[in-house]
Design a protein. Structure first.
Ligand code: ZN
Length: 185
């Protein structure tokens, strides 16, 4: 298990379009495992590949008791609008209300390449939309009104000083405990 460094706002990869995943191999499985560990260590509910410096179109999610890998995800249905507070592991300490679809159905591939659909509202729905945005170079701050975005960016200008290399290195002390054999599987 290893923790990955998280790219923070200003790192160019967060603004790049991802590339469709065609092959799921051992390297990709390791990436997904490391992304789960990194997300949990950072106490996040979702993490997209560009946030750890990768171009693969995939994200991991652990919200509302649902743990998912979404590979090549797409929103295939949405309805309603709802506002709720969001933050982002790539924009630490900045939070703002963001308007999203109230309910979405997302189609994606799992770690075995099998297509599935997941329905999300509340935190899971918001999280799926936030992560899919990441896969297309969009951040939650892009969805704020001009005024709110200015306020958020002003706060970020100060916070950003903590990340001179635009990388967030998680302290090793935040490693979650190793699962023992009895609870594994
Ligand atoms: Zn994010």
């Amino acid at each position: 298990m290893s923790l990955l460094d998280i790219h923070v706002l200003g790192s160019p990869i967060l603004r790049q379009e991802t590339q469709r995943v065609d092959t799921i191999d051992a390297g990709l499985r390791k990436l997904v495992d490391d992304m789960f560990d990194t997300m949990h260590a950072a106490k996040g509910v979702g993490l997209a590949a560009p946030q750890v410096g990768r171009r693969e179109r995939l994200a991991v999610v652990d919200a509302d008791d649902t743990r998912l890998v979404v590979i090549n995800p797409e929103i295939v249905h949405f309805e309603g609008r709802v506002k709720g507070e969001e933050g982002c592991l790539s924009i630490p300490e900045i939070y703002a209300d963001v308007e999203r679809h109230a309910r979405v159905i997302v189609r994606a591939q799992d770690i075995d390449g099998k297509w599935y659909e997941v329905e999300g509202s509340d935190l899971l729905g918001r999280c799926l939309q936030h992560e899919i945005d990441h896969l297309h170079g969009r951040l939650f701050t892009d969805r704020l009104s001009l005024l709110k975005r200015r306020t958020a960016m002003k706060e970020w200008e100060e916070e950003k000083l903590n990340y001179p290399k635009l990388l967030r290195v998680l302290p090793v002390g935040d490693l979650p405990p190793e699962r023992d054999a009895a609870s594994a599987g």
